[in-house]
Design a protein around this ligand. Structure first.
Ligand code: NAD
Length: 440
């Protein structure tokens, strides 16, 4: 039986200009439109997917250590919950805004669908330079933000996770605040929590690990097609933009495989050594000094220079929109593994693919985090926890399945990797949307 097209969504009359303030959102919509054209997507599904389901803006007052009160702006956007509860990280960064959060929530919808997880897409954040806050101020900020969103978050409705500027400790504070409000421990309200309070083994490393799995799959795929490809050994050079939860783990995994990581960076700038960097030593350095700046035995470069290095593989793993029309002609990497969400603009991506650069798109490349977040949620519901080896094996399985599916779509439609990943995601999601129909 064929499923009827859903009726024109009421949100089609909702002007999308509300959301369009950020490059990330505009790029997400442009990528969606490109994929929709290639796959001939139902027009009404497309109309619905272009705008989020719900967005909440909250004021978050915090008493600072000096006794003054500052008010921060926080957001939580739910893009789509057709497949399950909203899932997506919480970002603390001074560039966070409603439009960027909405674009990131949209990417989460597609990522979860691509990975065939029973989860929808959401994202949240607070516009704050978290590096300037003390631990007590960060805790107060997190708890008040959670309190303001008590009716939004929930294990069956909307489940946050770490993102830029947040970590397991942040998730522990969210879980505790939410649980205090409910009167009992609610582990499933967040993922990415410490193992001691119901987190999953392997969650902290999952995104960076997954990035490297997708690089390995790409290498094998290019090899099987007789195309030029990097090798997973010391003949391959890699530059990593962003040395946080994603970038540092990807660097470590590559280093362990003998691949030469020649440059890494963070918000303070970058370091470069064409002979290869000692990644464990950099991790120790950051533990003591917080930033890569000053690391001995390497040349000091800017973040802009790092993105333009002549390397085999570039891993953007910091903020979005760093490879754009402005610098794309100077980007020399032959493969780009999008550890970050939305690092490459639509126009830049088309130019790169036209030049034969192999792009591993964000919703495929960095999906390891949400996959293990899903595992954490499942383990929590069952109160039955897996070994790290089990988690990693299941992670590898889900990522291999998604990679294969994307390659199948790429070859079927003869399109780029970005469109192929989106088409795979939307094929799955649109079937579910059409089956459920439009309420009322
Ligand atoms: P993080 O806060 O742990 O690390 C971010 C890194 O980027 C830090 O090294 C920081 O100094 C650097 N950075 C921040 N602003 C920068 C700038 N303007 N220029 C250069 N570097 C800058 O964050 P993370 O969790 O590693 O997230 C990085 C990216 O990966 C984000 O796009 C995030 O959405 C994406 N991502 C994260 C996860 C996850 O599980 N953490 C999962 C999927 C995708």
């Amino acid at each position: 039986m064929s499923t009827p097209s859903i009726q024109q969504s009421s949100t089609s009359s909702l002007s999308s200009h509300l959301w369009e303030g950020s490059e990330l959102y505009r790029n997400a919509v442009m990528d969606l439109e490109n994929a929709a054209t290639v796959m001939d997507l139902d027009r009404n599904v497309m109309t619905r997917l272009k705008v989020p389901r719900r967005a909440v803006i909250v004021s978050v007052p915090v008493r600072m250590d000096d006794g003054s009160v500052r008010v921060f702006e926080g957001y939580r956007v739910l893009h789509n919950i057709t497949l399950g509860p909203g899932k997506g990280g919480i970002r603390y960064h001074h560039h966070v805004n409603l439009s960027e959060t909405a674009g990131l929530a949209m990417l989460m919808t597609f990522k979860c669908s691509l990975m065939e997880l029973p989860l929808g897409g959401a994202k949240g954040g607070i516009r704050v330079d978290h590096t300037q806050l003390s631990r007590a101020e960060t805790q107060a900020l997190t708890r008040r933000y959670t309190m303001e969103l008590m009716t939004v978050f929930g294990p069956e409705s909307d489940v946050p996770a770490p993102d830029i500027g947040t970590d397991g400790q942040t998730m522990a504070w969210i879980m505790d605040t939410y649980s205090q409000g409910k009167g009992h421990a609610v582990h499933g309200v967040v993922t990415g929590k410490p193992v001691e309070i119901g987190g999953s083994l392997g969650r902290a490393e999952s995104t960076g690990r997954g990035v490297v799995y997708t690089i390995e799959h790409s290498v094998k795929y290019l090899e099987s097609k007789g195309k030029p490809h990097p090798k997973m050994d010391g003949s391959t050079t890699v530059a990593i933009h962003g040395f946080g939860k994603v970038g540092a783990v990807a660097a470590e995994e590559l280093h362990m495989r003998g691949v030469k990581v020649v440059a890494v960076s963070d918000v303070s700038g970058g370091i470069y050594n064409p002979k290869g960097l000692d990644i464990p030593k950099i991790k120790d350095w950051i533990y003591n000094n917080r930033v890569v700046k000053g690391f001995p035995g390497a040349e000091w470069i800017s973040n802009e220079q790092l993105l333009e290095l002549d390397v085999d593989i570039l891993i953007p793993a910091a903020v979005d929109d760093v490879i754009t029309e402005k610098n794309v002609d100077r980007v020399k990497a032959r493969m780009i593994a999008e550890g970050a969400n939305g690092p490459t603009s639509s126009v830049a991506q088309q130019k790169l693919e036209a030049r034969g650069v192999f792009i591993i798109p964000d919703i495929l490349c960095n999906a390891g985090g949400v996959i293990v977040s899903y595992f954490e949620w499942v383990q929590g519901i069952q109160s039955f926890f897996w070994t790290e080896a089990e988690v990693n094996a299941r992670l590898a399985h889900v990522m291999a399945r998604a990679f294969k599916k994307v390659i199948g779509v790429k070859e079927r439609y003869n399109c780029g990797m970005k469109s192929a990943a989106l088409i795979s995601a939307i094929e799955n999601l649109s079937k579910a949307m059409l089956l459920r129909g439009l309420y009322p």
